[in-house]
Write a protein that binds this ligand. Sequence first.
Ligand code: CMP
Length: 137
Amino acid sequence: METTLVLIKPGGVQRNLIGEITRRIEARNLKVVGLKLVNAKRETVEEHYGEHRGKGFFEDVVNYLCSGPVVAMAVQGVNATKAIRTMMGATNPLEATPGTVRGDLALTIDDNLTHSSSDPEAAERELKLWFPEGTVA
Ligand code: CMP
């Protein structure tokens, strides 16, 4: 059993896709064990994207995540990290398979609707950052 992090980015919230994305996660029989809508602090987002610091898109992606409310969700299930990554589709929506969240609902890499942890170690680090109070399971 694993717990992993999903963020619905400001574009997804603005497009009223909270329900659609959460529906797909729950339909997969993954359990939501943490859920909140937050205006993320810049320092949280910079730490979250720490591995991208120095890359050309770092400032833009940090600004974007701070530009409006974000849904932070802790999701639990067998191989939850891999299951979620596959469901979300390739980072660049142009390469995402139809049937995935990005393949069905997104068009550009700058507005790819969700972030999900890349592996269980990243999930543990990111969950501590977004849910310092812990989750319900
Ligand atoms: P995410 O999974 O949140 O992780 C980093 C984000 O940076 C990524 O999704 C994209 O939204 C954004 N991004 C913008 N340009 C790139 C790029 N060239 N490579 C990877 N991510 C990018």
